[in-house]
Every structure is written in structure tokens, then in C-alpha cells.
Ligand binder design. Structure first.
Ligand SMILES: [Mn+2]
Length: 417
């Protein structure tokens, strides 16, 4: 048996002290996972990218990780990591996942697989398991580069004995509604289990000679993960590799309950109150639930709602209000949110004009919020600027990257995937 988690995002809210409680929630889920793994006597844990939420996790996040896995490692447990978007620096720097593999015994960091290096192999229940890494692949030719890594894996598995596990942090075109990522066809054959990370929702599917699986994020990280949590829960997988085909067991964790409510006018306050109060009343004991309110409307609506909000808080709810669109997104492209990147500055440096940059960021935020219907208007505004585009399309091929510390990319590809 091996355990497979991904997108744990430890330290996600470490720069937002007002949401510190949510980092404790993530840590709580992480501890639940480690406890469950030890209880089931699982000896190998894969974390397929985005272990940490940022390339330089805070010292307390690093300490938390060390403390929470110590007993598991001391009992002979092994942890296998690959790089995700979030824990990989955008500059030439050692990834945090690599760092922890150097500091802790029995923590392994898988680089992009090369035939000449061979896989990481270990015995598990008397069987040989081979692990092939493909963490996040960045750069202007990311997809091409990734496909080459997969070809290397393909050649290696042909001559391998034992079970083959590919550990990857990447998107799959067929699973992601935005249609970005690798086609399933490009994955290597001969692999028994594709341990994936990156998409925050859960997928278990047959692929070629094996099974491909996304365990999803460990906790509910954005409001667009709430619906799936209600249907499938949040957690990780325990995978039995002993049979011909791996058998994937879904392990669900006890996470803080959340619900999302929408409101766009004062007429709806009464109806909303009824819904919110019936939701809150389900959790009179135990964890305080989170009530997310997506508000389309101005200050007056906010003020009109204020007395109710205070009442719900007194009843034990955590209230989180977002205006018009979600502030976070589970769509993860481009450089990690390290706090060192000024989105506006980066996009402006590429597109040259502040107004267009703002519209592009708006469109990106809009597409990654649950309310996709508003996005068309922004897209129309962008495309309507014919003068800008005619000029830009002529100039872009010549333009070099001017983002300090960024990867050398040209034109739009600089901030896409
Ligand atoms: Mn992630």
C-alpha cells in the first residue's frame, strides 16, 4: 500500500494573519492524514507537488512539516516529493521540496526523470516499486519538454522489473475544463499508477496499462472546491499496488464545513438569512462552519447585511465575503504566488499598456471565479481594442523578457502555463 496526496499547500495563509485559523485547518488535515497512514501501516507517502504554498515556506511551516512527519519517518516511513507550481521558485534557486529532502532522512525529492539516472526504487511488501518524477515543467516550451520527459519514462519502464509509478504535477487536457495541459495520449505506457497533483479536484481513471489519479487538494482551498467537497469529500488516496491493477481507496478527512451563498440585492436578504441560519444550525457543536457570501452589489448592500452578519458570527459562523468574484483561484498557472510577484507589473511589462493589463487580469480572475457568465464582456472589451492588437502583434515577436528573475519567455506565453 502506498499513500498518495497532493496540493497540501501548507502555509497558504501565512501572509494573511486574519486567516491564520485556516492554516491551522490545513495543518489539522495534514496531521489527520499522517495519523491515518500510520494506523493503516502504510510505509510510502507520495506528495505530488504543492506540498508548500510558497517557494520559501515560513520557518514555522517548515517546522510544522518536520514535526508532523517525524514519527512516520522514524517508524520507517518514506515520503516522495516532486515540485509543484507553488513550492518551486521562479528564479534559479533550490526548491523547498528539495531542501526538506536534504534535511530529513527518508524524504526523497524526484527531479525530472532522465533515463541515465534511472528511477527511485524501493521495496514495499516484498515488491519492487519504481518511481519516475515529473514535477511542474515551466518555460516557453513546457509541453514539449514535458513530453520528452514522458518519453524517457516510457523507454525506462520497458526494461524495468516491478511496479512503475509516475509522480507528476501537471494538468491533463481532458480533465480540466479550460482544456490546458497534456493530452492523456502523451503519457507513457507501461506505468501502473500515475500519481498526479495540480488539479484540486478528484479523478480516478484508467489510462493505458494503469490507473491515473488526482487526489485533489487536502482541504477546501477556494470557494469553487466546495461543491466537489460536498459530493466527494476532501483527502487523499491509499493505493493497493499488490494486484495487477492498482486499487485506489479514497481516504476522506474531517475538514471545516463551508457553504457558499450569493446575494445581489437587498430584497434577497430575508431569503439568504433563512438559508444561512439553517446551514449554521447543522453545526451547533464542533467546528465553526464558514459562510462564504458572494456579493454582487455595493456598500449599501454590505451595510444592510451587517446586522445579520454579526448575528451569524455570534451563532458561531466564520463569515467570508467576496465582492463580485472570488479572490482566490484554484487555477494554477504561471509563477508561484510567492509574494515577490506584482501581477500588474508583470502583465504590464508584457502587454505594455496599463489598461489592457488590467483587463487581462480581470479576465483571468473572472474565468477562475464561479461566475463565468460575466467574462464575455471583459473579453469583448479587450478584443475591441483593434489599434492595440495590430501594433502588439507586430512588436511581440521581437520583444524579450524584461521580468527580473522571470524565465525567458516571449509575448503572451510569459504568463500562460
Ligand atoms: Mn495546487
Amino acid at each position: 500500500m502506498i499513500a498518495h496526496a497532493a496540493d497540501t499547500h501548507l502555509g497558504r495563509w501565512s501572509t494573511k494573519p486574519e486567516r491564520e485559523e485556516r492554516d491551522r485547518d490545513i495543518e489539522d488535515a495534514f496531521k489527520q492524514m499522517i495519523d491515518l497512514i500510520m494506523m493503516e501501516h502504510v510505509k510510502i507517502l507520495i506528495i505530488a507537488g504543492d506540498l508548500f504554498d510558497r517557494p520559501r515556506p515560513s520557518n514555522s511551516t517548515l517546522l510544522f512539516f518536520r514535526d508532523s512527519v517525524r514519527e512516520f519517518l522514524e517508524r520507517g516511513g518514506k515520503i516522495i516529493l516532486v515540485n509543484g507550481e507553488h513550492d518551486t521558485p521562479g528564479v534559479a534557486e533550490v526548491p523547498s521540496t528539495f531542501l526538506v529532502s536534504k534535511y530529513l532522512n527518508n524524504v526523497y525529492h524526484l527531479k525530472h526523470f532522465f533515463l541515465k539516472d534511472g528511477p527511485l526504487s524501493m521495496e514495499e511488501d516484498g515488491k519492487r516499486l519504481n518511481f519516475y518524477g515529473m514535477g511542474v515543467v515551466r518555460g516557453p516550451k513546457a509541453i514539449e519538454h514535458g513530453k520528452n520527459i514522458m518519453k524517457e519514462i516510457q523507454s525506462a519502464v520497458k526494461n524495468s522489473s516491478g511496479k512503475n509509478v509516475m509522480v507528476s504535477h501537471a494538468s491533463v487536457k481532458e480533465y480540466f475544463f479550460k482544456g490546458e495541459g497534456y493530452e492523456l495520449e502523451s503519457f507513457p505506457s507501461g506505468v501502473h499508477y500515475y500519481a498526479m497533483g495540480h488539479l484540486h479536484f478528484r479523478i480516478i481513471d484508467d489510462l493505458k496499462d494503469g490507473v491515473i489519479a488526482y487526489p485533489g487538494s487536502l482541504e477546501i482551498l477556494t470557494i469553487d472546491e466546495i461543491e466537489e467537497w460536498k459530493r466527494k469529500g476532501k483527502g487523499f488516496y491509499i493505493v493497493d499496488m499488490s494486484a495487477d491493477e492498482p486499487v485506489v481507496h479514497q481516504a476522506n478527512l474531517d475538514v471545516r464545513p463551508q457553504e457558499i451563498f450569493e446575494i445581489s440585492s437587498e430584497d434577497e436578504i430575508l431569503g439568504l438569512s433563512k438559508e444561512v441560519e439553517s446551514f449554521i444550525s447543522q453545526f451547533s457543536s464542533g467546528r465553526r462552519p464558514i459562510v462564504n457570501i458572494a456579493m454582487r452589489g455595493g456598500d449599501s448592500l454590505r451595510r444592510a447585511l451587517q446586522p445579520r452578519i454579526e448575528r451569524w458570527q455570534k451563532a458561531g459562523a466564520i463569515i467570508s465575503i467576496s465582492f463580485k468574484r472570488a479572490e482566490d483561484s484554484s487555477l494554477e498557472f504561471g509563477p508561484a504566488k510567492s509574494g515577490e510577484w506584482d501581477e500588474m507589473k508583470i502583465v504590464k511589462s508584457v502587454v505594455g499598456e496599463e489598461q489592457i493589463a488590467k483587463l487581462i487580469i480581470d479576465l483571468k480572475n473572472c474565468l477562475s471565479s464561479p461566475e463565468e457568465s460575466n467574462c464575455e464582456e471583459i473579453a469583448r472589451e479587450i478584443t475591441a481594442r483593434k489599434d492595440y492588437w495590430e501594433k502588439a502583434l507586430k512588436e511581440w515577436p521581437k520583444q524579450k523578457s524584461i521580468v527580473k528573475g522571470g524565465e525567458k519567455r516571449q509575448g503572451l506565453s510569459k504568463f500562460m502555463g
